[in-house]
Design a protein around this ligand. Structure first.
Ligand SMILES: [Zn+2]
Ligand SMILES: [Zn+2]
Length: 238
């Protein structure tokens, strides 16, 4: 059976993406409910602090994934190639993300995160870990939407308010990543982790460690070189 015939038997990608968003919503609601149920009566500040730490972790993870796609691999590599291309094209055309609809914006992060979340839920019943996971996956599932809002000229009023309070990634903060050579401010959920990761030169140190292990940056002079934007990307506009 040819590649084309096999592809025609699969449901459209949007069906997978919409299904992943629904599953992710169910997993998040379940985790928050289980955390609430499992916490000792009267406990408030500890679970709230752990939700906050989960959000910080999700921000750091978003930065690490973004840095990896900016720095390693190639848009033509198997499996992760389209993922790498998405990040590199984003440097060339930052506004493209604002033209994505709700499913296209949020489908991929849910497709990647929901299987990890579902697996973790099978093994975790500790109230504190469940509280931390609530923050972690709240950030993970929303990072693409938050990133899109940071590029919009006119995001919803409540989002502008959240951006001003630095509860979600603000446009001026994220704009610093979009200045060449795109080597700082990788985190795109809340932006809270950017300060300490950049201060520690975390990603530069990680690059040196990986170079010692034989893994080298595929972008010239360690600079995330933008790729030319294709008018049509796998049937999508990006
Ligand atoms: Zn980037
Ligand atoms: Zn951006």
């Amino acid at each position: 059976m040819s590649e084309r015939q096999r592809a025609s038997l699969l449901p459209p990608r949007r069906v997978f993406e919409f299904g992943a968003i629904l599953v992710a919503g169910g997993l998040f609601t379940t985790t928050a409910y289980l955390a609430f149920q499992a916490c000792p009566p009267g406990a408030f500040w500890t679970p709230l602090g752990l939700v906050f730490l989960g959000l910080v972790a999700s921000d750091a993870i978003s930065g690490t994934v973004h840095w990896a796609a900016d720095t390693y691999g190639s848009p033509t590599m198997p499996v992760f190639g389209s993922f790498v291309r998405t990040f590199r094209e984003h440097h060339s055309d930052p506004k493209a993300i604002t033209r994505h609809d709700w499913i296209e914006t949020n489908g991929d992060v849910c497709l990647f995160s929901a299987p990890v979340h579902a697996t973790a839920l099978v093994f975790v019943d500790d109230p504190w870990v469940l509280s931390w996971m609530t923050g972690l996956f709240m950030g993970s599932y929303s990072n693409s939407q938050i990133h899109k809002w940071s590029h919009m000229d006119d995001p919803p009023r409540v989002v502008r308010w959240l951006q001003r309070l630095r509860i979600v990634l603000s446009s001026p903060h994220h704009e610093r990543h979009h200045q060449r050579p795109h080597l700082t401010h990788y985190c795109i959920t809340t932006g809270w982790a950017n300060g300490f990761l950049d201060y520690l030169r975390f990603f530069r140190i990680l690059e040196r460690v990986l170079a010692v292990l034989g893994v080298h940056s595929t972008t010239r002079n360690n600079v995330a070189t933008p790729v030319a934007v294709r008018p049509v990307f796998q049937g999508r506009s990006e």
